[in-house]
Ligand binder design. Structure first.
Ligand code: HEM
Ligand SMILES: [Ca+2]
Ligand SMILES: [Ca+2]
Length: 322
């Protein structure tokens, strides 16, 4: 069954957008993504975070995929995006390459990213949902576009809520989407302040479970020398998309300060408790919120481009892509 979404006058996304122009598009994306996830299991989390960072900066338009060149520092090289793992980018590039062989210049990178994120979430245990298609890709991507658009783990809850609200996302959307931290990992630098020299009297944040805190201290012991050191976001089921992230929070097993804040703050605590008790409720709200995320700031028609073979060759000549 097809589904059509009207964004505004004359702008439509539809689940059968590529039905006649590239009927095998969804199969090609799924096959590439499944392969990539099997050989590199960090792909799922990396791609989901990539999708979030793309959508929150100027809409879901694949702006995050554009590399820097000598004239323009791309969004991808913003400080907040440097930790995005290469596997996410690689998954999209592979799918795009495979698609270019079958249907050159037809499927946008932003659609590929939206479908890849969905396929990977489903593949690691999460819910399936429909992804309406027809996004165009951004024409530009500047590093300066990123500032102020992405949440930071040390932001107070009021700021996090305000950042999501500014983009039309409710507290419920924000908490449900944060459930994506049920997979993947964070670098030690993102939570080191919680586990070393926390205060004059405490070495670690007392809201952390003591055994967990000690484990993290060990896991990150040489992170200054080795910045790649990291810990799973969900210590119990790190590779499975489930509601364990929410079950962890009241037990002091939230990794980031912003994770723990969800159970500490009255505005979000009730939702955490609901999702911890009821995975179906989490999946329902997550689906609603990520479908909304996928429509955020979408460009259609001539407000974007189709980053296809010709454009890419042109840019290669001008040395804009690597
Ligand atoms: C609520 C505010 C949020 C904050 C403050 C936040 C912050 C972070 C931070 C600091 C990391 C670790 C990055 C690293 O060290 O490599 C991370 C990882 C991650 N985030 Fe978030 N995030 C938020 C919301 C979201 C949302 C809405 C999604 C997706 C829907 C998401 C998906 C992910 C995923 C999947 C990872 C793991 C990435 C990997 O393993 O490569 N996050 N987040
Ligand atoms: Ca974007
Ligand atoms: Ca999990």
């Amino acid at each position: 069954m097809s589904m059509m979404i009207h964004l505004s006058e004359g702008e439509k996304l539809s689940t059968d957008y590529y039905k006649s122009s590239c009927p095998s598009a969804l199969d090609i994306i799924r096959n590439t993504i499944v392969d990539k996830q099997i050989t590199s299991p960090t792909t799922a989390a990396g791609t989901v975070r990539l999708f979030f960072h793309d959508c929150f900066v100027g809409g879901c338009d694949a702006s995050v995929l554009v590399s820097s060149n000598s004239f323009n520092k791309g969004e991808r090289d913003a400080d907040d995006n440097l930790s995005l793992p290469g596997d996410g980018f690689d998954a999209i590039v592979r799918a795009k390459t495979a698609l270019e062989l079958t249907c050159p210049g037809v499927v946008s990178c932003s659609d590929i990213l939206a479908v890849a994120a969905r396929d990977l979430i489903t593949m690691v245990g999460g819910p399936f949902y429909n992804v309406p298609l027809g996004r165009k890709d951004s024409i530009t991507a500047k590093v300066t576009d990123v500032k102020g658009n992405l949440p930071q783990p040390t932001m107070p809850m009021s700021d996090l809520i305000a950042l999501f609200a500014k983009k039309g996302f409710s507290v419920r959307d924000m908490v449900a989407l944060s459930g994506a931290h049920t997979i993947g990992f964070s670098h030690c630098s993102q939570f080191a302040h919680r586990i070393y020299n926390y205060s004059n009297t405490q070495s670690y944040d007392p809201s952390l479970n003591p055994r967990y805190a000690e484990g993290l201290q060990k896991a990150c012991s040489t992170y200054h020398k080795d910045p790649s050191m990291s810990a799973f976001n969900d210590v119990m089921t790190p590779s499975k998309f489930d509601n364990m992230y929410f079950q962890n929070l009241p037990r002091g097993l939230g990794l980031l300060e912003s994770d723990h804040a969800l159970i500490a703050d009255d505005r979000t605590k009730g939702l955490v408790e609901t999702y911890a008790a009821n995975q179906t409720a989490f999946f329902e709200d997550f689906v609603q919120a990520i479908e909304k995320l996928g429509l955020y700031g979408v460009k259609t028609g001539n407000r974007g481009e189709l980053r296809g073979r010709e454009q890419k060759e042109e840019r290669l000549r001008k040395n804009e892509f690597h």
